[in-house]
Design a protein around this ligand. Structure first.
Ligand code: F6R
Length: 599
């Protein structure tokens, strides 16, 4: 999704803005731009379609001077990617510049109204109305003009505004779209996400919905829509700069795959004291008394929920309902006060998951956020919050966020099952080092991908937790390698999907449920008989599947219900290498954005 940045300080703004935009590239974009103001000078805008290298070149050919500015990477929603549709947008006189992330739902009626007031639009974007509205309400008070503008906007937005009359002032406002303020010595910054701020500061402030902030180089003042000053604590982010850099890896995705042993360790061991799981008392209280647990999220986060359903029902014997957030928010949820819902979101900013959170809260459901980002919307609005210790996840394809979400959900399952100590916990404590053992064998997966990356179709199949992780494996492969991949509950094969299987198909059989090995073996035989190539993924102690599958990849042996944290690493690596072998950039898959902050 679009990214916005802003800087106000003593140094030239443009290099800071361009560097910050590079740190937001991972969110996905198709054009970029900056606007800068300088004392007694005209506001200057540089914007261009395409990669940020185009913008770098443009700014080097036509430099801009000024110590206050805003920047934007655009991910087209209204209007094609083009220079004119790129942000920043300016008012007619060109003295006010605006960058916007989100969607202005009533932009058409606002545009019509502005056109009646003789405003001539330059772009097809929804965002341009904001610049003209700020100008319409501007009477020498920029903050007031932004406040009045916001009152007329429907939709979601993080907006930053500068004006050539006030070269020492940057105004921002947000609703349902992320925006973080970075506090540094004698300068301040804003960004859609934490990574661009990390090389400047780790002290940040978050705006609540419908709050504005006025930034100068020395001060940040937060206001509500009535113009009243709001007090806001400064939050310390303990992610370090290296965590948001590639550190010698070719891609963020590969680095993040390899960070999983540490991320899993940190996520689990921060919750163990004297050999026992210690969960936040309020979360434990809510979970152990719950008769019906609801779990929701989108994409990969939803798949974490799918795994958790099998695990919690198996160990804790509590019924669990899992639904995709974009479905749950529009159906009739049969929830009542006292029910508990876990909302899973790496970013904590996914629009559909936030909508579910608000809906469920209004029904009296106790909401527990499971997120990776301290201070994100979901973490601030949920009743209770549990953090994954994954560190920043930059690659669009989620890897370490998923495995750490799973680790948290296993911790929850053991607490709900009243097994905070004992054999299961001991098995769980081995998972981080087993993940490392598996990664040490990554070349086997790389070689397999080199042989198989050109398959027309790749189907993943499994039963129980292996089915849930098949869903995730197919998603990972399709999103970065653009291979047609699907997943099936293996027992469903005969009910339709097997019609698709032929010589051009690779079938990956997830086989970590010993009681169902014989069933999986039959499924492998069935697809082989139709000409498919079959890879079985199973435990290192298991000799089954040698005779049936074309290849067998073995993971360290663990409790079968814990296997998703290991099997998924195999499919992450497979997807990664297929993507690279096909010449794609796995960190920036086409059409995808890291944080889906609009519906
Ligand atoms: C897939 C992926 C997406 C996200 C989904 C939810 O690799 O990353 O499917 O999992 O967009 O995002 P969060 O977890 O930030 O709510």
């Amino acid at each position: 999704m679009c990214g916005i940045v802003g800087y106000i300080g003593r140094d030239q703004a443009s290099p800071v803005l361009l560097e910050a935009l590079r740190k937001l590239e991972y969110r996905g974009y198709d054009s970029g731009g900056i606007a800068v103001v300088e004392e007694n000078e005209k506001l200057q805008v540089r914007k261009i379609k395409g990669r940020l290298s185009n913008l770098d070149l443009l700014v080097s050919q036509q430099p801009v001077q000024g110590t206050c500015g805003i920047g934007h990477t655009r991910w087209a929603t209204h209007g094609e990617p083009s220079d004119v549709n790129s942000h920043p947008h300016t008012d007619v006189s060109g003295k006010i510049a605006v960058v916007h992330n989100g969607i202005i739902e009533n932009h058409a009626s606002l545009r019509e109204w502005l056109e009646k007031h003789h405003v001539v639009f330059r772009s097809q974007t929804d965002s341009e109305v904001i610049a003209h509205l700020v100008d319409f309400h501007y009477n020498g008070d920029l903050l007031l003009a932004v406040r009045e503008t916001v009152k007329r906007l429907d939709g979601s937005y993080a907006i930053a505004v500068i004006c050539e009359d006030f070269p020492g002032m940057l105004v921002v406002v947000r609703k349902d779209s992320p925006l973080v303020i970075g506090r540094a010595d004698s300068y301040n910054l804003i960004a859609s996400d934490v990574p661009p701020l990390l090389c400047h500061t780790r002290e940040v402030q978050y705006l609540n919905d419908l709050e504005l902030a006025l930034l100068t180089k020395d001060e940040v003042t937060i206001y509500n829509l009535e113009g009243e000053v709001q007090q806001r604590e400064i939050v310390h982010i303990d992610w370090d700069i290296e965590a948001a850099e590639k550190c010698g890896y070719e891609h963020f995705m590969l680095k993040e795959i390899f960070e999983q042993p540490k991320a899993l360790h940190d996520t689990l061991f921060s919750r163990i004291k004297d050999g026992k799981i210690v969960l936040n008392a309020k979360i434990k209280e809510a979970l152990v008394h719950c008769n019906h647990l609801l779990i929701t999220g989108c994409g990969t986060a939803y798949h974490a929920g799918m795994v958790a359903k099998y695990v919690i029902e198996h160990f804790a014997m509590v019924s669990v309902e899992v639904d995709i957030a974009s479905e749950l928010r529009y159906r009739t949820p049969l929830c009542k006060a006292g029910d508990v819902c876990i909302l899973i979101s790496q970013s904590g900013e996914t629009a559909d998951t936030i909508a579910c959170l608000r809906l469920l809260k209004s029904l009296g459901v106790v909401t527990i956020a499971l997120t990776n980002v301290v201070g994100s919307t979901i973490s601030r609005e949920a009743d209770l919050v549990m953090y994954t210790q994954a560190g920043p996840e930059i690659a669009v394809a989620s890897t370490k966020a998923l495995t750490t979400q799973l680790m948290c959900l296993y911790v929850i399952a053991l607490v709900m099952a009243k097994k905070e100590t004992g054999a299961l916990l001991e098995q769980l404590m081995l998972i981080p080092s087993q993940a490392q053992l598996l990664l040490d064998k990554q070349e086997d997966i790389q070689r397999f991908a080199a042989r198989q990356f050109n398959k027309d179709k790749v189907f993943f199949m499994g039963r129980l937790t292996d089915y849930a992780i098949s869903l995730e494996s197919a998603l990972k492969l399709k999103e970065i390698s653009y291979t047609h991949s699907e997943s099936f509950a293996a027992g469903e094969l005969k009910h339709g999907p097997i019609a698709l299987v032929d010589e051009s198909t690779l079938v990956v059989a997830m086989c970590t449920q010993p009681l169902l090995f014989a069933k999986m073996d039959s499924n492998i035989k069935e697809v082989k008989a139709r000409g498919a190539t079959a890879l079985a993924i199973t435990f290192d102690m298991v000799q089954d599947f040698n005779a049936t599958a074309d290849e067998v990849f073995r993971i360290p042996t663990t409790e079968p219900y814990f296997s998703p944290m290991l099997t998924v690493i195999v499919s992450q690596l497979y997807a990664y290498y297929c993507s690279v072998l096909k010449g794609n950039d796995p960190d920036k898959p086409r059409n995808l954005a890291k944080s889906v902050t609009v519906e």
